[in-house]
Design a protein around this ligand. Structure first.
Ligand code: ADP
Ligand code: MG
Length: 209
């Protein structure tokens, strides 16, 4: 049986990742693919336990290095326990966030540097990468409006960081897409959800059976 494909959906707060994950999953299942939908931080029992440590509490609860290590530890468990077994079963895996969020948030916005965070991934997960990473990009103000509509505010320990942090996250995602153009595609997240879903499917066109 052919190994499945691993697709990650990325982007800042409120750009529509979770909305698109559901829509994309339906579209891919409609094409007859077996699908596993997962998310980060989390996606396995151990990683979900680490998720609570990461997203709850004061912003100062973890320093940037400790935060990056916790994300890398959660990801190592998620890859081993959930993602790789599904791919081996021939399923496609769709993840709401993956490595590139760590590169953009902890690496670029958190000041550790993209390369330092990538090194943690080499150690934790043998540098296992998605077959394709789709980064939803939206004008920052529009993203904040969508996130507020969803949460009433900007939410958790990381989402509630200042606009300058989120602008740096956005710059980080764009830099990653420039450095890895075959794996990472920037997708315009503006417009109605169905239009965005069509853009995502188009960006997967070469991988679809
Ligand atoms: N294309 C869109 N146009 C308008 N609103 C949207 C669109 N996609 C998502 N939303 C809304 O924006 C909010 C944030 O979307 P969500 O999928 O939760 O974003 P994320 O998971 O990236 O934080 C939700 O209230 C959602 O219903
Ligand atoms: Mg979401």
């Amino acid at each position: 049986m052919a190994r499945g494909r691993f697709i990650s959906l990325e982007g800042g707060e409120g750009v529509g990742k979770s909305t698109q994950l559901t829509a994309l999953a339906e579209a891919l299942q409609g094409r007859g693919l077996q699908l596993l939908v997962t998310r980060e931080p989390g996606g396995s029992p151990g990683a979900e336990a680490i998720r609570k440590l990461l997203l709850e509490g004061e912003d100062t609860r973890w320093n940037p290095r400790a935060e990056a290590l916790l994300f890398a530890a959660a990801r190592a468990d998620h890859v081993e326990k959930t993602i790789l077994p599904a791919l081996e079963r021939g399923e496609w895996v769709l993840s709401d966030r993956f490595l590139d969020s760590s590169l953009a948030y902890q690496g670029e916005a958190g000041g550790l540097g993209i390369e330092a965070v990538r090194a943690l991934h080499r150690f934790g997960s043998s540098d296992f990468l998605p077959d394709r990473t789709l980064v939803l990009v939206l004008d920052e103000a529009e993203g904040a409006v969508r996130a507020r509509a969803r949460d009433g505010n900007l939410g958790d320990r990381i989402g509630s960081r200042p606009p300058s942090y989120h602008a740096a996250v956005d710059a980080g995602f764009r830099a990653i897409a420039t450095n890895e153009p075959d794996r990472v595609k920037l997708i315009d997240a503006s417009g109605p959800p169905a239009t965005v879903t069509a853009r995502l499917l188009y960006a997967l066109g070469d991988l679809l059976p």
